[in-house]
Design a protein around this ligand. Sequence first.
Ligand SMILES: Cc1cc2nc3c(=O)[nH]c(=O)nc-3n(C[C@H](O)[C@H](O)[C@H](O)COP(=O)(O)OP(=O)(O)OC[C@H]3O[C@@H](n4cnc5c(N)ncnc54)[C@H](O)[C@@H]3O)c2cc1C
Length: 387
Amino acid sequence: MDFSFNEDQEMLRKTFRKFCDKELTYEYVRWMDENVDFPPEELWNKFVEIGLFSGPVPVEYGGLGMGQVDSMIIYEQICRKSMSVALAVGVTMGFGVRFISELGSVEQRQKYLPLIAEGKFKTCMALTEPGGGTDILGALSTFAEDRGDRWVINGQKVFITGAHVADSLITVCKTERDAPKSKSWTTIMVPRETPGVTIRKIPKICCHHCESVEIFYEDVEVPKENSIGTRGNAFQEIMTVLNPERIAVAMMGVGIIAAIYEQCMQYVRERNAFGGPIGRFQSLQNYLADMYINLENSRNLTYKAAWLCDHGKPYHLEATMAKLVAAEGARHAGAFGSEIFGGYGICNEYPVSMFLRDAYQIQFSPISNEMSRNMLMQFQGLPKSWA
Ligand SMILES: Cc1cc2nc3c(=O)[nH]c(=O)nc-3n(C[C@H](O)[C@H](O)[C@H](O)COP(=O)(O)OP(=O)(O)OC[C@H]3O[C@@H](n4cnc5c(N)ncnc54)[C@H](O)[C@@H]3O)c2cc1C
């Protein structure tokens, strides 16, 4: 068993670490958090130049065809600096690439994947509705009416990350009135500028430089060729496409824990109380020890899930555990890290305050911690809390 990265992976890690240290300083990240709702073009173009978006795109469509482990090595470096930036690039590099390359027609792949590799096409994943995210099968009611050569869509989505800047809203709609719920969904690519689409921002406490929005669809007409995957089969299809999202979200938790731990270790050496550094107080050392253990556990689980995915082995449970352990570890690091900083822990000048807020977004998304625990046991044969 070998837990180390190979030479190429180590080079990838170093390159992106250097890039992120330079381009994602806390001063810049804080500026973004206070002034923009999505990373500016200037930063996007720097990511294009370093080849970020070509990473996961298959080689035949202008990309590098990277697997999950390599993608996560890069992603870890972004997550340590800004969860908003990680989300902003992730909704296209993750959802967009997987939907189109795994479910798209040859024409859709040829049209969109090269554009994604060049950083010229942004997507978002519009699944959740106001009626509930966990029980999405019960709640989804956005309906796409079959009108021969086109769909006419009416309904509403909520909490859709990056939809306000996306070129295409990858929208999951109900299309079959009489089929069982699990056989009644179809995924449809809706250009954001289509008449009838309205977007409203949702003010929230975290991840300010990658907003999540409500989308209203009112008699939105798109051609039938915008369907992606098989008609009626989207529920099954998106479950497989969305599984790797848990690995990426777990990495966001890893990034938050790593960032807070690093800042705290520096602070406890510099800050003095009662005639010496606060790092000599055992209670603070205990907080740090727990962060360190959570970092190790969540990082190992995340890379293990990525490795299993790359090797074609089942990874659903590992990805769910990774997301759960990393999310709770990030919340712990935020809570105790800010206490280590005393009053400064809640001041915007100190990065720990941003990471503390951002940690809350991964407690329930893409799957809640409660549902993650239920699923883990229910996959071991205990009675289901969903049906
Ligand atoms: C900032 C943000 C960004 C998001 N980005 C996206 C996006 O880009 N695209 C998208 O489609 N969605 C997105 N989501 C939606 C996200 O996936 C949902 O919020 C999530 O699925 C939870 O759904 P809910 O908020 O409706 O909570 P609910 O489903 O209403 O859950 C409420 C509570 O009930 C609990 N619960 C429900 N069922 C069970 C059960 N069977 N067992 C135990 N507990 C249960 C939950 O754990 C939770 O504590 C985002 C959400 C937010 C807030």
